[in-house]
Design a protein around this ligand. Structure first.
Ligand code: ARG
Length: 599
């Protein structure tokens, strides 16, 4: 397809000197494989676009393709066998290390910072969005040739630790909150409600509730944070223990999600010894101004941001923003990136505007490199979540519920399935993660089970099911057909498949339904590139649904294993099955979703 695109572009460039050639994808394979919108060229040449496209259709000649003028568009439509050759060749013949849709190394470095949960506040469904969007962005950038560093700006420092220390020292020894006593360190507690982290969280919520009626408690919490920042031994000991139990639980969740980071050590606390030098740099640059009650701020009015950036409180303690500034300066030194993506909710838009503006003032190197990719909040049907009030949806509850709902469906539809537990986990996860990706990244999403788990809509399980169905056809086909769709162990974002020679005769996939499937498969590289461009997984999720849907049309209308099929027909159709299975598996994998062989 790349070669054909190139020929088409060259021919157009020859016919239209001085015009910039950009090609699009037609709406359907019926219309063609590539489209040239004539508007801009027509304007430049003082012609009517409809007339220009008709003229071009007559002058351009490309072997194996017809040129069709469709209104103001000039469409290039491949002959069925040429299309099959181009798409199947691209998917099946590529070397294992450079799969379909990937690109060679481009020498650019990208930091993707994602997940970043707060210790003592537990992992909620909101963090799932950051985690899985970030994971998909990291995978995709790497697939497209970027060198990717995956960071987690763990919330392991800040005033909430003052609250936690105050709450813990007040109540922790009241029996039911005795964290240190009855926790088995070797095994995660069977009931997650009773993990130390959950109890810490309860203490946190209780403190905020009681503080409403007793404002003195606020000073108590502040006092503890000051002690912590000043290096008080008891405060440090407890902090480091809180951190340890949290990390243990977070790690369990990351393992379950199949997500990993280059380091978990560079959380907020990591920058502690860099705060003084950071403040000094701000001071030297003449950016610091005295704010309310001795606080230190940076004015950003000159760059259109009316709220100043607070970097130090009146009591001398650091804040979230200070640590983000220190982190950015550190990342420049340690990683020297081209792009740094912050996958963080829309509620922090102002925060990142401020941080980026301060960095621009401090060092022009940062200009254009920093990018906040906000995502919408996850809402309960009842309203907004608040950690302080305790009405949050916990990620693990969501994953567990998804698994149980899928298990019930399997029990009803396919009770014979082996490894039912494993399948339920993989499908439940697919449902939740895919639902998230199908939703526009920035809009808030309301989490309702019916929509997440629907196995017949635009869902993860629908795409996973298409894959499993292909695998079952390939198993029935015998020989080593199923092995041809079997992958090696993924390396980074790549699911490796052995290159496969195309059948000599591709007549068998000339039918319109097979052609429609080939057309959707041809759309995958664009969709993958769009994930990196738009910093959201939605285009890939949508394209995978389109592939799964057209597979279903193909399967119904082009019998694959019918006894009356000539061997060449059968082989061509099976090759299309293998290509589809490979593409679906790789695509889902980029999103952090597995494709089971049976379901
Ligand atoms: N820990 C924060 C939260 O859960 C997110 C951190 C985002 N990253 C950053 N560099 N500020 O709200």
């Amino acid at each position: 397809m790349e070669a054909l695109r190139h020929t088409f572009e060259q021919q157009l460039a020859g016919a239209l000197p001085g015009v910039e050639i950009t090609l699009e994808r037609p709406k359907s394979g019926e219309l063609g494989d590539l489209a040239f919108p004539c508007f801009r060229a027509a304007k430049q040449l003082g012609k009517n676009p409809v007339q220009l496209s008709q003229e071009l259709a007559k002058t351009i000649v490309i072997e194996g393709a017809t040129l069709v003028a469709a209104g103001p568009y000039l469409n290039l439509k491949l002959a069925p066998e040429t299309r099959a050759q181009a798409v199947l060749g691209a998917i099946l013949e590529t070397p294992a290390a450079r799969p379909y849709g990937s690109r060679p190394a481009n020498g650019k470095k990208v930091i993707v910072e994602y997940s970043s949960p707060n210790i003592a506040k537990l992992f909620t469904i909101g963090h799932l969005r950051s985690t899985m969007i970030g994971h998909a962005l990291a995978q995709t950038h790497q697939f497209l040739g970027y060198e990717v560093t995956r960071l987690n700006h763990l919330g392991d420092w800040g005033t909430q630790f003052g609250t936690l220390l105050a709450a813990y020292t007040r109540w922790a020894l009241e029996g039911n909150t005795d964290l240190e006593q009855d926790f088995d360190w070797a095994e995660p507690a069977p009931d997650k409600r009773r993990t130390p982290l959950f109890r810490l969280f309860q203490l946190y919520v209780r403190f905020h509730a009681e503080e409403e009626n007793d404002p003195a408690m606020r000073d108590e919490a502040r006092g503890w944070f000051k002690r912590l920042e000043a290096g008080d031994a008891e405060a440090r000991r407890l902090w480091s223990w809180f951190r340890q139990i949290s990390l243990k639980e977070f790690q369990r969740i990351y393992d379950r999600l199949g997500v990993s980071f280059d380091t978990l050590a560079e959380g907020e606390a990591f920058y502690e010894d860099q705060l003084v030098p950071t403040m000094q740099r701000l001071e030297d640059a003449g950016l610091l101004v005295e704010g309310d009650k001795g606080a230190r701020i940076i004015n950003l009015e000159d760059v259109g941001i009316t709220t100043p950036c607070l970097v130090q409180k009146g009591d001398g303690t650091s804040i979230y923003a200070t640590r983000d500034l220190a982190a950015a300066l550190y990342r420049k030194r340690a990683y020297g990136f081209d792009r740094c993506l912050y996958v963080v909710g829309t509620d922090q838009v102002l925060h990142f505007q401020q941080i980026f503006a301060v960095l621009d003032k401090l060092d022009p190197w940062f200009k254009g490199r920093m990018l906040h990719t906000p995502f919408g909040m996850v809402k309960l049907p009842e309203g907004k979540m608040s950690t302080r009030k305790g009405n949050v949806i916990f990620l693990e509850d969501v994953l567990d519920e998804a698994r149980e709902r899928v298990a019930a469906i399997i029990e009803e539809k396919n009770p014979e399935l082996k490894d039912k537990a494993e399948a339920s986990e993989v499908l439940g996860m697919g449902a939740v993660v895919f639902f998230d990706a199908m939703n526009d990244r920035v809009k808030p999403i309301t989490f309702t089970w019916d929509r997440v788990i629907a196995l017949d809509g635009d869902t993860g399980p629908y795409v996973q099911y298409a894959h499993a169905r292909i695998m079952s056809v390939l198993r029935k086909a015998g020989n080593d057909w199923a092995t041809k769709a079997q992958a090696g162990t993924p390396a980074g974002p790549v699911v490796p498949f052995e290159p496969l020679a195309l059948p000599g005769d591709l007549e068998g996939v000339a039918a319109p339904e097979a052609q429609a499937l080939l057309f959707e498969l041809a759309g995958l590289p664009n969709a993958i590139a769009a994930v990196a461009e738009g910093c959201m997984a939605t285009p890939l999720a949508r394209q995978l649904v389109a592939v799964a849907r057209s597979f279903s049309g193909y399967y119904t209308n082009c019998p694959i294993l019918a006894p009356e099929n000539a061997p060449e027909v059968r082989d061509a159709r099976l090759a299309l099955c293998v290509a589809t299975a490979r593409a679906l598996r790789q695509g889902l994998y980029l999103m952090g979703i597995q494709a089971p062989d049976e379901m």
